[in-house]
Write a protein that binds this ligand. Structure first.
Ligand code: PAF
Length: 281
């Protein structure tokens, strides 16, 4: 597995491939877990070359304490990537990614200010800016993203379409622990008590999904079911919403189906998020 520390090393590695070989990029911020592994497992048979990027992007952290507390586990990450037969890892430094004088950023549009964006001002602008830079530098044919970050995935797809970027976005399903908690690098920051309390996020999503399944089509009443799950919970609810999946905005009438339930909450100062599509089976 090649370790690429700079843009120059990445360019040199990238220039070795013929036009016909398919390059897959899995962008990450490290602290890799089983859900990341599924992105690489999905990528491997679809791509001739699989490239991981590990970069904790300072632009997408609105709070310096959150950036500082973000888990850093590079040695284990590299071991995991090697075992998943990843061909190369791009490990840029902040100086390599944002050299002196860097000022331009991507504006996400109105969706960037909703839900996660309202809770974390500037987060999506910083996320899209680094993703665009990674796409430009790595020139992937396919980039792999998890559905757990549904709003991120929506905005990346929007950017690819709006800027005519020549690549395909491949989404991978959310991976959950047996009890329903979605895998997240942030789970590592929770105490064992908070880890159990974090189940309330998934419970609120299944409450909405069950009510939807039972025929409820009023998005505000579905949101009320979600909110009710947080009553008495130490988790601080940041948002619980039913969104129109095509526009990622608050759902109105059933003419806007399909819908998705999305939730964000804080526990012990750790921001957690999850989502579930609302479907009838
Ligand atoms: O989902 C993440 O880990 C990050 O937001 C991403 C896509 C790697 C950009 O920094």
């Amino acid at each position: 597995m090649k370790i690429l520390h700079s843009h120059a090393q990445l360019q040199q590695w990238r220039s070795g491939f013929t036009v016909a070989s398919t390059l897959g990029l899995v962008p990450t911020m490290g602290a890799l877990h089983k859900a990341h592994a599924t992105l690489f497992v999905t990528a491997r048979p679809l791509c001739d070359q699989v490239l991981a990027s590990v970069f904790i992007n300072p632009l997408q952290f609105e709070r310096p304490d959150d950036l500082k507390a973000y888990p850093r586990t590079l040695a284990q990450d590299l071991e995991m990537l090697e075992s998943l037969h990843v061909d190369a890892v791009y490990l840029p430094t902040p100086e390599d990614m944002y050299p002196e004088g860097f000022v331009t950023g991507v504006v996400p549009g109105p969706c960037g200010d909703r839900f996660e964006g309202a809770a974390r001002p500037g987060h999506f602008a910083g996320m899209l800016t680094v993703v665009l830079k990674l796409f430009q530098r790595c020139q992937p044919h396919i980039a792999f993203f998890g559905q757990k970050d549904a709003q991120q995935l929506f905005l990346v797809r929007r950017m690819v379409e709006d800027f005519d970027l020549p690549l395909t976005i491949q989404e991978c399903p959310t991976l959950r622990e047996d009890d329903g908690l979605a895998f997240s690098s942030r789970n590592a920051r929770l105490s064992s008590a908070a880890r159990k309390q974090a189940l309330v996020l998934h419970q609120s999503l299944t409450a909405a999904a069950d009510a939807f399944q039972a025929g409820e089509r009023n998005p505000r009443r579905l949101e009320a079911w979600m909110q009710a799950c947080f009553e008495g919970s130490p988790a601080e609810l940041v948002y619980a919403a039913v969104v129109d999946d095509r526009r990622f905005e608050s759902a109105s009438t059933s003419a806007t189906l399909p819908w998705r339930a999305v939730v964000g909450a804080r526990l012990e100062g750790v921001h957690l998020l999850d989502n579930l599509p609302l479907r009838t089976v």
